[in-house]
Design a protein around this ligand. Structure first.
Ligand code: ZN
Length: 91
């Protein structure tokens, strides 16, 4: 996989660099998709503590921990992977 900086160079000046087109577009699309806020999901693997089983809120893209199960919201509006997080309630 090419680096983000190589992809940026391609996107700004694509002439004569056909061989890195697909990877450059893929990197750009992945980065843009992460800007669309996604709702957090509950972890599939439980965490155990104080005699209870918890399914914490995790990033829908990378699975990283965002907040404990009992929290319905968090100040974390972006995961470390870059994914924007939407904590608004489902209506
Ligand atoms: Zn993430």
């Amino acid at each position: 996989m090419i680096s983000p900086s190589v992809a940026i160079d391609y996107l700004l000046d694509p002439i004569g660099k056909r061989e890195i087109h697909d990877e450059s577009v893929e990197l750009a699309v992945d980065a843009l998709r992460k800007q669309i806020p996604q709702k957090p999901v509950q972890s599939k693997e439980p965490r155990f503590g104080m005699g209870y089983e918890y399914h914490d809120w995790v990033c829908p893209t990378c699975g990283k921990y965002l907040a404990p199960e009992f929290a319905n919201r968090s100040n974390i509006h972006h995961c470390k992977c870059g994914q924007a997080i939407d904590w608004s309630k489902n209506d």
